[in-house]
Ligand binder design. Structure first.
Ligand SMILES: Nc1ncnc2c1ncn2[C@@H]1O[C@H](COP(=O)(O)OP(=O)(O)O)[C@@H](O)[C@H]1O
Ligand SMILES: [Mg+2]
Length: 293
């Protein structure tokens, strides 16, 4: 299988191309989101993709969207055979990797819930003793479980890196009620994922969500509990003080930390072993999630 990194159909004009997903028009209220095989890390897109990754992400997200019933989500159609023209004429681009969704007015924050301290959160904690304005007890080790789930939102920068902010910044922007709603829903989605994965031997370390408005109602959008947006650790191998064995993008980040690439210039292609190992890890977590529901 070849990686689908670029979709170019002269007949159809994209609305937007994100790092991983492309958006296509449907009608005033709907659009199509296709998950390509592009891979990004440290906010850079790699020249080569991971074959099948978009299908895996779309499959995983759709399962969670269908099973999370305490908040509405954007999906209206996930079955390619029901897609309207012209999309149904292009199975090579859209089949198994696309959904038709409600267009929302996106809330420009990444809503992150963390149950463990790792990654950007760990870095900020080591430097400042807190994450997104929440101070944590001293002496935590890398990957340690936090005494309670913390909400650590970040700005959603169109270009450049996301920056962690405190919930107070969010409250000033979108109002106290909506910010509190996002905190609550982010925690609930994290808890739902964490509890569902427990039996499969997976620790959900953290997850990142996006929300949008339809009129005044907030719904869940984008992707949910995927290995691009979350950290999935093998619970049988979990220990603190080291970067845990994971079924997510951490494998690529750890690899990149040991290359000369400076994370500020166009990245080199990922080597074939990293591509195939990542595809394997993503496939394994998809299988586990499919077996759960
Ligand atoms: N239902 C929706 N309404 C509006 N915007 C959405 C919706 N679902 C996803 N999006 C946006 O579509 C884009 C998906 O592309 P993606 O590759 O995930 O972007 P990014 O580079 O921001 O990670 C993101 O900008 C996301 O915020
Ligand atoms: Mg995204």
């Amino acid at each position: 299988m070849k990686a689908l990194v670029n979709i170019d159909i002269p007949e159809i004009k994209k609305i937007y191309s994100g790092k991983v997903r492309d958006l296509y028009p449907v009608d005033d209220e709907h659009m199509l989101i296709v998950s390509t095989d592009r891979v990004s890390a440290f906010d850079h897109i790699f020249p080569n993709g991971i074959p099948g990754k978009g299908i895996i992400l779309n499959t995983i997200s759709t399962i969670w969207f269908k099973n999370i019933n305490f908040i509405k989500n954007h999906i209206v159609e996930d079955n390619f055979s029901n897609f309207p023209a012209p999309y149904c004429n292009y199975p090579e681009f859209f089949k198994d990797r696309s959904v038709i969704v409600r267009k929302t007015k996106r809330i420009d924050y990444e809503c992150v819930a963390r149950g463990y301290i790792i990654g950007g959160g760990w870095k900020e904690y080591r430097e400042t003793g807190s994450v997104s304005g929440i101070s944590l007890k001293p002496g935590l080790k890398m990957a340690e479980k936090l005494p309670e789930i913390i909400f650590t939102p970040a700005t959603k920068a169109d270009v450049g890196h996301d920056i962690n902010i405190s919930i107070d910044v969010m409250k000033k922007d979108i109002g106290e009620k909506d910010a509190e709603f996002l905190r609550l829903m982010t925690s609930k989605v994290y808890e739902f994922g964490r509890d569902s994965l427990l039996g499969a031997g997976i620790i959900l370390a953290d997850t990142k969500l996006e929300f949008g408005y339809i009129n005044n109602e907030i719904i869940l959008i984008d992707e949910v509990l995927t290995p691009d947006s979350s950290r999935f650790w093998d619970s049988s191998l979990y220990k603190t003080g080291v970067s845990p064995v994971s079924y997510d993008k951490q494998f690529i980040r750890d690899y990149l930390d040991n290359t000369p690439w400076d994370k500020n210039s166009p990245p080199p292609p990922l080597p074939v072993e990293i591509v195939s190992k990542t595809a394997e890890k993503y496939g394994e977590i998809m299988n586990k999630i499919q077996e759960m529901f």
